[in-house]
Design a protein around this ligand. Structure first.
Ligand code: GDP
Length: 589
């Protein structure tokens, strides 16, 4: 049979897929519905989702093909360098486990005082600095330090030539150290390990090195190929050696860029500022960016109105590896978007529009990805839906919160439904969207104006604001748990063998027996068992030993008991009474 080939550029709408398959849209929507996806006709499905649906439908004669998106859409695209390419500064990211000294290292290197204490110890946004050393430049990316910011770090890692992994010599390799190693490897970045806090008592450089060997990094002095520099970020010990190693690595890597091509690079942070509009941090990776030029990033574009360096000084021209902050974008570009220079406004607008049409993945929240689909498919029919609206101060945080929420393992019991996301304070519109839908609004690093809070209270909408991501995630987890039906848990407390039956009427039994294991006390629930078959349930109303009421009988003791039953149970010698408690507990995730 001849195969029908469907080409997918990034994603495909339900409507397009239906017509490509020769199916009616309603049929396809119905199929999606069966798989737990409430889709609209314009909903975009990514490649893998479309493939899963086709497999589900058993359409063996259909072949899906990924059509490469244009370079403007692919953040990973690195231009082939021309022979005119010139050396550029290395882009270095500092990563590692929390509290191992990343911030201190950057502070000491850049002679800066940590201006604002990070909320909850997390660096919220990626930022970049330029360091001059021996007449050369090194660009440092300040990458956020918690797994919840995996998304940001992934983007950060993509930019980096060299990752400095900071490991505290008195603590050794920790989960985030391993994560950082993995990121660096996946980003194809060179790794330099800074073994920090060597001034501390308890610091053990050798032990830290063997820890690292166990995680795939062998120091050069032990015959491996990873540069490791013992340092004290706090005292500044050996930092020049670390910088020498960075430059040496950069030289070996022959890092170069073309300067005579249209400027391009990545968006590393973006937020709105009153009076300035969108304020966007860019890292130039090729060409030279100048004020007055038109640039496009994802679905937005603009003219570079102002450009300043990381110290806030005006900059007329930014060369490769330089981080700058620009204003002039019409709307906020996404964190991690590639930006490029356009010859004029018309072209810029056109590219942005094309990107908007083609690159559906960037508007992921409105789309269905295969992960979503698989999650939904694996989610039991009885799964509860957890509806949320996410608001944050900058787009990077929105992405991180959303990604982190998706990472919560709900064991298939909860399906996360992100109703909407956005940048800025909680608005009236958010409340309207949330009202009546059992939707919680989570705000990260934002506020809610008093009048909006009143509307929320009136409409019974839960608005929860956080400055620390872990707290937000913990809260979301608790809210999800609250959606789960309580689970009944029975705990066995003891067992008795019946040795005498004194009375057994419709609702009560008086008997004697020996406790074989555990213990029993009045109030316990009782299962009456005969040859391992349950005859019924009862409640233990009193316990006696040598005809005296006692609080409990323990294993090995013989005593008398009174049971209350709902129906008559004709107790016999040798029946077993199993004592137990029954509690309803809230399920946890
Ligand atoms: P981060 O979470 O990785 O950014 O870690 P920080 O830079 O905030 O450092 C965590 C703690 O370790 C702070 O109290 C620092 O003062 C301390 N610290 C960092 N580097 C050193 C060092 O080289 N020696 C000593 N003694 N303390 C350090």
């Amino acid at each position: 049979m001849e195969k029908k080939v469907i080409q997918i550029v990034g994603s495909i709408t339900v409507d397009e897929l239906a017509s490509a398959l020769g199916l009616s849209v309603t049929f396809l929507i119905g199929e999606l519905f069966k798989n737990g996806i409430v889709a609209t006709i314009n909903q975009r499905l990514d490649f893998d989702t479309a493939q899963i649906i086709i497999d589900e439908l058993g359409l063996k004669n259909v072949e899906l093909k990924r059509k490469n998106t244009s370079a403007t859409l692919d953040n990973n695209v690195k231009h082939e360098l021309s022979d005119r390419a010139t050396p550029r500064p290395p882009v270095v990211a500092v990563m590692g486990h929390v509290d191992h000294g990343k911030t201190t290292l950057l502070d000491t290197l850049l002679h800066k005082k940590t201006a604002d204490k990070e909320a909850g110890g997390i660096t919220q946004h990626i930022s970049a600095y330029e360091l001059k050393y021996n007449d050369r430049s090194i660009t440092f990316l300040d990458t956020p330090g918690h797994e919840a910011f995996a998304a940001i770090r992934q983007h950060g890692a993509m930019l980096t030539d060299i990752v400095i992994i900071v490991v505290a010599a008195d603590d050794g390799v920790k989960p985030q150290t391993i994560e950082a190693i993995n990121f660096a490897k996946s980003a194809n970045a060179k790794i330099i390990v800074a073994i920090n806090k060597i001034d501390r008592e308890g610091a053990d450089v050798n032990r830290t090195m063997s820890d690292l060997v166990n995680n795939g990094l062998t120091p050069e002095e032990w015959g491996g190929d990873t540069t490791m520099v013992p340092i004290s970020a706090k005292l500044g010990t050996n930092l020049d050696k670390l910088l020498d190693m960075i430059l040496l690595t950069a030289d070996i890597e022959e890092l170069k860029a073309d300067c005579d091509i249209p400027a391009e690079g990545l968006v590393i942070e973006s937020h709105l500022e009153t009076g300035k509009g969108s304020v966007v941090n860019l890292l130039v990776t090729g060409g030279e960016l100048k004020t007055g030029e038109f640039i496009v990033a994802g679905e937005t574009y603009g003219k570079v109105r102002t450009m300043i360096d990381f110290k806030g000084r005006p900059k007329g021209k930014a060369t490769p590896s330089t981080p700058v902050t620009v204003t002039g974008f019409k709307s906020l570009p996404n964190f991690g978007d590639r930006f490029e220079e356009a010859p004029d406004e018309k072209t810029a607008r056109k590219i942005a529009l094309l990107n908007a049409q083609k690159d559906a993945n960037l508007t992921a929240s409105a789309n269905v990805t295969s992960t979503d689909l698989l999650r939904m498919m694996n989610t039991a029919d009885s799964a509860k839906v957890f509806n949320v609206i996410i608001k944050a101060d900058v787009l990077g945080s929105v992405t991180s919160v959303v990604d982190s929420l998706k990472m919560i393992d709900t064991k298939g019991l909860i399906s996360l439904n992100i109703v909407a996301t956005g940048v800025g304070d909680v608005s009236e519109n958010d409340i309207y969207m949330a009202a009546g839908g059992e939707t919680i609004i989570y705000g990260f690093n934002i506020d809610i104006p008093v009048n909006i809070a009143k509307i929320a209270a009136r409409d019974g909408v839960k608005v929860k604001l956080f400055k620390v991501i872990y707290e937000l995630l913990d809260d979301a987890k608790h809210e999800m748990e609250a959606l789960l039906p309580a689970e009944i848990v029975e705990t066995e407390l003891g067992e008795m063998k019946v040795k005498g039956v004194f009375r057994s009427d419709k609702t009560s039994i008086i008997a004697g027996g020996e406790v074989l294991k555990g213990k029993c006390k009045s109030g316990d629930l009782v299962k009456v068992m005969r040859n391992k078959v349950e005859l019924g349930e009862a409640e233990l109303t009193s316990v006696q030993k040598e005809r005296q009421d006692v609080p409990e009988l323990i294993a090995g003791e013989i005593g008398g008991i009174a049971l209350k039953t709902e129906h008559k149970i004709a107790l016999e010698l040798d029946d077993r009474l199993v004592f137990f408690s029954r509690n309803s507990v809230h399920q946890t995730l």
